[in-house]
Design a protein around this ligand. Sequence first.
Ligand code: C2E
Ligand code: CA
Ligand code: CA
Length: 528
Amino acid sequence: MKTLNVLIVDDSRDDAVLLEEMLRSGGFLVSSRQVETPEGLQEEMANQFWDIVLCDNNMPELDARRALDIVCRHRPETPFIIVSGGLSEEAASGVMKIGASDYISKHCLSRLVPAVAREVRRSGGRGFDSKRLAGELKQKLAGREGAALFLVEPCRYRDFVGHAGEALLSVFSERLAGFALGGRVWRYREGVFALVLPAGGSSAEEIARGISESFRRPLLAGNEEWFLGCRIGGSLHSGQDSEELLRQAETALDCARQSGGPCFYRQGMEQRARERIEMDKALFQAARNEEFDLAYQPQYDLVTGRIIGAEALLRWNWKGNRISPAVFIPLLEETDLIQEVGEWVLRKACSFNRSMQQEGLPPIRMAVNLSAIQFRQAGLAGKVERALQDSGLEPRHFALEITENIAMHHGSKIVSTLNELKEMGVELALDDFGTGYSSLAYLKNFPMDKLKIDQSFVRGMIEDKSSEAIVRWVISIAESFGLGLIAEGVETAEQAALLRQWGCSEAQGFHYCPPVSEEELKMRLAAA
Ligand code: C2E
Ligand code: CA
Ligand code: CA
């Protein structure tokens, strides 16, 4: 009999032992481990294969939703059962919707064994015998060096399992078949498909793009249209055996899960994946120990030359190196840590701004960046309100910068949150304006005060006519919508002069001042 690897996420040792005992007496050969922290779960998921995860809901450092997020980042197909004493029916159905397999009350554990048996049977049925696939691939690939193996999975697959499940997966695989050598698509694992692409002709990158494109069109299943999108990991066949090729494509798929775009296997990718896991762990610790810092970049009035505001920018040092926010913020977002860290940023920026005023420095407006993820949790407006109240900072001295792709994630809910913030008197700025989708439609619906001209356009506007046109267009949009305007990434006097001439009233950038420490910002304010 095969051993069942069970990961128990629970803070009570007694409960974990009880679950193990019940599974054993239900006839399973169990090998289990218990974790109770995000780091622990992260590590177990990264390092070992688990047949099933049994998860409590109320732990000091973790709840089921967050745990499921972590599990899905590593192996979204893992059966995940919530075993909890204190989860309301409502909360339970919420977590089921985002992909838990079942919910079992600790007061009614008789369902445990049948539920685990069912899930293991299901995932075994869905699971693919990778030896057999490797054998079939070997035949397919013989004499075809330069062919590529792709693993493709639908995005947000778990969201759909309950609804259209099987039907959806089969139309998904039909669409994929159009790209495959001989039209053959294998089911590799639950929700993951494998296909071989012929050598020669279009490059693997082009085909990957073609596949991504094709999933922008809706899939029709059960008389409904579904927008799934997909993630693609690929590896080129250059004589390695088919098991190795599969393993490489897996690594590439892991990378695609993180980056969003298609990924191709390159040498050293495993090493980078390991580093990422290490960085993830360090980020958990940093969040717990508040090891982050803020830098402040002053914002200037182009006419008077005065500092009128500052943008708070998150900083993190790891192993003696400054890590770019462009690297670690996506990691914080994936693990939902951005909720905690984002709140810390809010509070710190408010209280620092207030303390400068108390020291008698000229009042400025402090801007904080918000991630789309921060809108996912209820109560964002309340958190901002509390940060303001606790620090004593007036809302008019505070601004939030959000990017337009926020709306892609949250639709109408976000508008009401933005309205709440606006009513409080906080300024709302649309960051990176012009780089996202359907900017104008959002402008009509979002209660914005200000547009930020993205630095990529500012950088290009002197040499390149289209950037110039975009900058002037953003300026005219701001005028006609009655919005404020600030240019970011201004690096030269020439850019500054042109922006002023075209009617932009505020700017920030290396030309004026890079992001600086608290002390330095105070000095600059005092000198003004
Ligand atoms: P952003 O909001 O577009 O921030 C402006 C970025 O441009 C900052 O990069 C800033 O240091 C940089 N910058 C400023 N002036 C110039 C210039 O003249 N030339 C050039 N080339 N760059 C300039 P940074 O600090 O690396 O931050 C990168 C991004 O990380 C930010 O882009 C923002 O999206 C995100 N971020 C930073 N702090 C936070 C935070 O607390 N929360 C969230 N959610 N995101 C943050
Ligand atoms: Ca910003
Ligand atoms: Ca920006």
